[in-house]
Write a protein of this length. Structure first.
Length: 156
């Protein structure tokens, strides 16, 4: 692809955004996500490791294939993530309760403690910075969170 056609494609995508505030919004949400993740960086988990552990904490045991589907990654990639977590003692493999051919991935006590510690650190930081806002701004953020959740749920 030539540089000219590549630049034209970028220009078309930029011009396709009807409201420039959308880019500002995406940037702000991304900055918040990065900051929240940095608060719990002491555990040195990758994004995919954190996502898997959070899912296991929320939803309970799952097979590698189920986790891969839920996180929209290839089973091989999920296998590598599970292996890294298993090596660090965060997850363990247990027999599937109804299908002897499958193995469930479960959080260990260490994995559960790390998940909860990480989540607590994030919530404490966010509560502290939000406490600096006035009541109207806090209520606006809570309402925005509900709207964002609806956007995510209805995107299927």
């Amino acid at each position: 692809m030539s540089r000219t056609s590549s630049n034209a494609g970028v220009a078309q995508r930029v011009n396709a955004v009807p409201d420039p505030r959308i880019a500002d919004f995406v940037h702000a949400v991304g900055a918040l996500v990065r900051r929240v993740r940095a608060v719990s960086a002491a555990h040195e988990l990758s994004w995919s490791e954190s996502a898997v552990m959070g899912r296991l904490l929320r939803d309970g045991p799952a097979t590698t294939a189920e986790l891969a589907r839920a996180e929209a990654v290839r089973p091989q990639s999920m296998g590598a993530t599970i292996a890294a977590l298993e090596e660090r003692g965060m997850v363990a493999r247990k027999p599937h309760p109804s299908d002897g051919r499958q193995v469930n991935i479960v959080l260990t006590a260490k994995g559960t403690a790390v998940c909860k510690s990480s989540k607590d650190a994030k919530l404490i930081w966010l509560a502290q910075v939000m406490a600096r806002l006035d009541d109207n701004d806090r209520e606006t953020l809570f309402a925005a969170g509900e709207i964002i959740q609806r956007l995510v749920e209805n995107d299927g």
